[in-house]
Design a protein around this ligand. Structure first.
Ligand SMILES: [Zn+2]
Length: 187
């Protein structure tokens, strides 16, 4: 039998790991990659993690997929989608690699539409916790809080006015909808 303090330590370690939020994990990865400006180079980040990114025309409703083959993570992206959406797909799949690697060694994870943005938005659709986590991770990877704060500094931002939103979306190379979501959830 193991001494109790060792067991406690192990439990603590396990719960620490589980408690690190997708937001925090995205921030940590950005720091590790030394990303300090927008747009965030998601493809480079994937390569930094040893992943291969493959672009190919897929069915319209398929965004992408991720799996691990002989220890190499492979991210597949639908090349027919808008470039911003492809960036989101890559960020989402990186999220799976960072957060759910364990399940990727035994199966190919395929992503269709991303109907559920983030936690709390439309969680009622019953979409799997992994998808919500990967989406949250992706939003924070593509639009890091620090860079968004910088971009918003000194600006009065009116969510009703579309132009600054569009400008920001362009700067970060994300969809307007994604930018809107991030700004309204800046806490
Ligand atoms: Zn997914």
């Amino acid at each position: 039998m193991r001494p109790q303090n060792q067991l406690l330590k192990e439990n603590k370690h396990m719960s620490d790991h589980r408690n690190v939020s997708p937001e925090k994990r995205a921030e940590e990865l950005l720091a590790k990659c030394g990303i300090r400006s927008a747009p965030v180079p998601v493809e480079k980040i994937a390569k930094f993690l040893g992943a291969q990114v493959r672009f190919s025309p897929l069915d319209k409703e398929l965004s992408g997929m991720v799996f691990i083959k002989e220890n190499t993570p492979i991210i597949g992206v639908n090349s027919l989608h808008h470039p911003n959406r492809q960036r989101f797909t890559i960020a989402h799949e990186i999220g799976h690699l960072e957060l759910h690697r364990g399940i990727l060694t035994t199966s190919v994870h395929v992503d269709k539409e991303f109907p559920v943005m983030m936690r709390g938005v439309t969680a009622s659709q019953g979409t799997d916790r992994h998808e919500i986590e990967a989406n949250t991770f992706a939003a924070h990877l593509l639009i890091p809080k620090a860079l968004l704060d910088q971009a918003l500094a000194g600006k009065t931002f009116d969510i009703e006015d579309d132009e600054p939103l569009e400008e920001l979306a362009k700067k970060f190379r994300v969809s307007k909808k994604m930018m809107e979501y991030r700004i309204s959830n800046l806490s």
